[in-house]
Design a protein around this ligand. Structure first.
Ligand SMILES: C[S@@+](CC[C@H](N)C(=O)[O-])C[C@H]1O[C@@H](n2cnc3c(N)ncnc32)[C@H](O)[C@@H]1O
Length: 247
């Protein structure tokens, strides 16, 4: 589990990602898929600091958020006092009511390090989806990402929010090719008059996937893929999968 989502770092995440991610576009993207498949409600896994929650709520859509980090949920609750978020692990969770759609957003699938993690998550999603329910998630494409990390040793991102400049320096090391896992090390700074002040660090191990691997995991968990979308996000080439629960 990454340290980016705990304590003070959760606040840094929230501030910086407001610049990295166009949450209006993100909401529009997922909402279009949900509405197109006639779903009346949604569970968002990896709901983070509640940016999509805000937009679903403002549009009167029946939304529930789920995240592992209580610190991320606390920020999400501040942003959305009327929305329900549950603290749970995507690898094994149970809802009281099944959902028409379950989405895993913002490359949260990168934290599914082992095959057991992936199967546990897909099986939990299956159990908590209503009949013909829709499962939609993104993942980082290993075929494009691994060469990128080899060619770009230092990765720098700038962000500005509420007049404060942020700066992130990170690098990827291939941890083991057993599962296409990588260690991410990043330092976060504020920038004032070109002076960098360290505000925190993030160390995490993430996994990237090939499309074939994901197809097989879905097959093994009784899902039928209905759409595969090639989607570039702020720093990553991803695929988004829309799959239907088979009976
Ligand atoms: C990259 S953030 C994405 C947050 C949000 N979707 C966004 O786009 O801003 C990943 C989120 O996944 C959550 N997460 C990581 N592992 C998890 C797990 N096993 N179960 C549930 N949530 C998890 C983290 O706490 C974090 O909020």
């Amino acid at each position: 589990m990454a340290s980016l989502y705990d304590g003070e770092m959760a606040k840094v995440y929230d501030l910086m990602y407001q610049t990295f991610v166009d949450y209006d576009e993100e909401y529009h993207f997922y909402n279009t898929l949900i509405v197109k498949n006639n779903c009346k409600n949604v569970l968002e896994i990896g709901s983070g600091t509640g940016n999509l929650a805000k937009r679903f709520y403002e549009n009167n859509f029946d939304y529930l958020g789920l995240d592992f980090s209580q610190d991320m949920i606390n920020i999400a609750k501040e942003r959305n006092p009327n929305v329900t978020f549950i603290q749970s692990d995507m690898r094994n969770f149970s809802l009281t009511k099944k959902k028409d759609s379950i989405i895993i957003t913002g490359r949260t699938t990168s934290y599914l390090i082992t095959n057991e993690d992936v199967n546990g998550t897909f099986a939990s999603v299956y159990r908590n989806l209503s009949e013909n329910g829709i499962f939609c998630f993104d993942f980082i494409d290993a075929n494009r990402f691994i060469p990128y990390t080899i060619e770009n040793k230092l990765i720098v991102h700038h962000a500005e929010y509420d007049g404060i400049k942020y700066y992130r320096e990170g690098n990827w090391e291939i941890a083991t090719l057993e599962n296409f896992m990588l260690d991410w090390t990043a330092n976060y700074y504020t920038l004032t008059n070109d002076i960098k002040t360290l505000i925190g660090s993030d160390l995490s191990t993430v996994r990237v996937f090939t499309l074939n691997e994901i197809q097989l995991f879905l097959y093994l968990n009784n899902f039928e893929i209905i759409e595969t979308i090639d989607r570039k996000t702020y720093a990553y080439d991803t695929y988004v999968i829309v799959a239907k629960k088979k009976s």
